[in-house]
Design a protein around this ligand. Structure first.
Ligand SMILES: Cc1ncc(COP(=O)(O)O)c(C=O)c1O
Length: 285
């Protein structure tokens, strides 16, 4: 990914060319990166790029894009077909011909009632300016990192553990973190989310579809994870998993900023966090 959806770290886009020079085809996952950063495809030339429009301007959900260089697209052969992706097909002859270009990959009925919103969303981004969005969101992110990481319990223990870069250098506007009580034990991210919901603050918790980055950030070893998965033959619930990984965080809290975020939002988030200061042995929600 150009930007991790767990830690917010922005990987060097020079890796694209380095991988291509070693013979790889490169798919750049730009879903988390493009909402607040310019991706110049004249300079960085991955074979494929994926992105999700609702992450850029909030609507419509379920519509994303795979951008592919013409030559890269020609390499993709599908072992099956579905509505609208072929020129001719025959059951008795047991043959079909893939449609040329992108049509071969756009199967079924397109979301034609919502796709026009993409154009309006892109115009909105253009009217605000991606550089302005980038600078504003970077400033808000920097302020929030400083505010959250400076929170200390009365005994000096930090309240927040932030994963990923602690400055705005090579990082985006997703902050993954855990709250710790005054003796350093993690506070269950799900109770943080419940409290945030009560205060109408929209956070995400868990591992954000990125269990690998999560396990690394949270310091969960292969040994302890294997032990949990081997022990449980029936389907493990999240509570079972949490009991198995006793005493450690099994996920994190993620705060994401974007086009619509303003200073009131980051100040409200910092104030929200302050209420967990001095949580001790008996505090649970
Ligand atoms: C880097 C990255 N890739 C992929 C996804 C998944 O996007 P979607 O839910 O639109 O499929 C996300 C969502 O958080 C993301 O941040």
């Amino acid at each position: 990914p150009a930007q991790s959806n767990f830690s917010g770290v922005q990987h060097s886009l020079d890796w694209v060319e380095q991988a291509q020079r070693r013979g790889w085809d490169v798919l750049l996952d730009a879903a988390a990166f493009v909402p607040t950063n310019r991706l110049d495809l004249g300079r960085v030339k991955p074979d494929y790029v994926v992105l999700s429009f609702y992450k850029m301007f909030g609507y419509p959900t379920g519509v994303g894009a795979l951008l592919a260089r013409r030559r890269a697209l020609e390499k993709l052969q599908r072992p099956w077909f579905a509505g609208g992706t072929i020129t001719v097909a025959s059951v008795q002859a047991d043959r079909h011909y893939q449609a040329p270009g992108p049509a071969a990959f756009e199967e079924g009925t397109q979301a034609y009632l919502t796709i026009p919103a993409v154009d309006i969303g892109l115009q909105l981004i253009e009217s605000v300016g991606i550089e302005a969005i980038h600078s504003r969101v970077t400033c808000l992110t920097g302020w929030l990192i400083d505010a959250l990481t400076s929170l200390r319990h009365d005994n000096g223990q930090p309240l927040i553990q932030l994963y990923g870069p602690a400055t705005t250098d090579r990082r985006g506007a997703t902050l993954s973190l855990n709250f710790h009580d005054r003796v350093g034990r993690p506070i269950d991210h799900r109770s943080i989310e419940r409290q945030a919901n009560r205060e109408r603050i929209s956070l995400r918790t868990g591992c954000f579809c990125n269990p690998g980055a999560g396990e690394t950030a949270l310091g969960l070893s292969k040994g302890e994870l294997d032990a949990c998965f081997v022990r449980s033959h029936r389907r493990m619930t999240f509570d079972d998993f949490q009991r198995c990984i006793d005493g450690k965080s099994t996920g994190a809290v993620r705060v994401s900023l974007g086009l619509a975020s303003n200073f009131d939002d980051v100040r409200a988030t910092a104030r929200f966090a302050e209420q967990f200061l001095d949580w001790g042995d008996d505090a649970e929600d």
